[in-house]
Write a protein that binds this ligand. Structure first.
Ligand SMILES: [Zn+2]
Length: 78
């Protein structure tokens, strides 16, 4: 989904004063750690991120690949 910034940027013509002013004051900050920078390496989902043990998966992908990675599931197997 495109953001409001991207939508307005499409309307502005490059090189014009309006474009320069808009990009100068409305450009997104580059952050070292936000939800988007912690996306899953398998499906790019930013939510429910697992970063312990150097894993960079979301919970859905972890559930699918955990057995291949060597994790054991204790208790009742469904
Ligand atoms: Zn994933």
């Amino acid at each position: 989904m495109e953001s409001a910034y991207e939508r307005i940027l499409k309307i502005q013509k490059p090189g014009t004063a309006g474009y320069i002013r808009f990009t100068k004051f409305n450009k997104h900050k580059v952050r070292s750690s936000d939800a988007r920078s912690r996306a899953c390496v398998r499906c790019n989902r930013p939510e429910a991120h697992i970063k312990v043990h150097g894993l960079r998966y979301c919970r859905q992908c972890f559930r699918e690949v955990a057995k291949d990675l060597g994790f054991h599931k204790y208790g009742k197997e469904a």
